[in-house]
Design a protein around this ligand. Structure first.
Ligand SMILES: NC(=O)c1ccc[n+]([C@@H]2O[C@H](COP(=O)([O-])OP(=O)(O)OC[C@H]3O[C@@H](n4cnc5c(N)ncnc54)[C@H](OP(=O)(O)O)[C@@H]3O)[C@@H](O)[C@H]2O)c1
Length: 317
């Protein structure tokens, strides 16, 4: 059936910022793709920390109208295309979405976006698995590109048991870096399965543990656990730090800081394609923690905020 402007669809979002129970299902007109755009019938959307921040009001109204719809990743099947796009109706695609911009977040039955914000899902990857890839995969690639470490350099990754940390450890190993990952005792086996060169105990003393392995400090560090100042002593003089919540970093010992902003990757189709290849060949370990129907988005947010989720929760549409 050709989509028409009169069709409605469901989105999950908030009209008032607050706790998980503010999330509700709203019926709104389904978007149609314009030139250069594609629409997917979403099968799965990932639930990430940034979604809970958006729901709570951390980012404000960002100049858009309610309902404010979270979600930066989706995967589904193309059901409508605009002019001049390489994708076709019926293809399975994964997409990064921009909840704080146009065309909006991914907790939707139909997601429209520029064709460059999407790529083909390999046959061996399920749509639920694919939904876990774009946002954190692009973040990991951006962090590694910003750090720009030569093969053989040392890289520490904190929050290694999380989705971003998992992708970082895996991609850094593939890039020939010597990787130190942190883990709680209960996550040690999980983190070891990513095959980092070293695993250290996570927590407030993580920098000291890294220094015990590398007395001069590591060349680079990605602060996936958002520990800020606590992790800085792990870096060598002149080391390179990637931060994930816009921290500009310390002013000491010549350390250079690179705040990572995944929204800058919105049209990075080449990197998305690279991630699809890594998902297919197993370089990226894909882990879906749970699949919940979109009507249970509030429960998904509660689960994520409780901590301890390993792998990504996805909402199914
Ligand atoms: N700037 C950007 O563009 C961008 C893009 C993507 C992600 N991010 C941010 O990157 C961070 C990681 O994202 P994610 O999706 O990987 O989240 P996640 O899956 O929730 O992973 C975070 C990991 O850090 C662990 N952790 C929390 N506090 C810790 C501490 N003090 N010491 C060691 N580990 C700790 C968590 O463990 P528990 O579950 O046990 O708490 C979890 O394993 C989030 O803050 C996210 O907002 C930023």
């Amino acid at each position: 059936m050709t989509p028409t402007a009169t069709q409605n669809h469901h989105v999950v979002g908030v009209t008032d910022f607050g706790g998980p129970d503010q999330l509700g299902v709203h019926e709104v007109p389904a978007p149609l793709p314009g030139p250069g755009e594609v629409r997917i019938r979403v099968a799965a959307a990932a639930v990430s920390p940034t979604d809970t921040h958006l729901r709570a009001g951390t980012y404000g109204t960002y100049g858009t109208q309610p309902p404010y719809v979270p979600g930066m990743d989706a995967a589904g099947v193309v059901d409508a295309v605009g002019e001049d796009v390489p994708w076709q109706v019926g293809q399975r695609l994964m997409a990064i979405a921009l909840p704080t911009g146009q065309p909006g977040g991914a907790y939707v039955q139909h997601l429209v976006g520029p064709w460059e914000s999407m790529t083909v899902v390999p046959d061996s990857v399920s749509l639920a698995q694919a939904a876990t890839v774009p946002m954190n995969g692009l973040t990991a690639l951006q962090a590694l590109a910003l750090l720009d470490l030569a093969p053989g350099s040392t890289l520490a990754v904190t929050g290694a048991a999380g989705t971003l940390g998992t992708y970082l450890v895996s991609l850094a190993r593939a890039a020939g870096l010597v990787v130190v990952a942190d883990a709680a005792a209960k996550d040690r086996e999980l983190v070891m399965s990513l095959r980092p060169d070293h695993v250290v105990e996570r927590g407030p003393d993580v920098a000291q543990a890294i220094r015990e392995l590398f007395p001069d400090g590591v060349d680079g560090l990605v602060d996936g656990s958002v520990q800020g100042e606590q992790i800085v002593p792990a870096l060598r003089d002149g080391g390179r730090l990637a931060t994930v919540r816009f921290w500009e970093g310390p002013d000491e010992r010549g350390i250079q800081t690179f705040p990572v902003r995944v929204r800058d990757e919105y049209l990075a189709q080449d990197r998305l394609q690279q991630l699809a290849a890594y998902a297919e060949d197993g370089t990226l370990p894909l882990k879906v923690a749970a699949e919940l129907p979109y009507t249970e988005a509030a429960e998904a947010h509660r689960m994520l905020e409780a901590g301890g989720v390993r792998g990504r929760i996805v909402l199914t549409f």
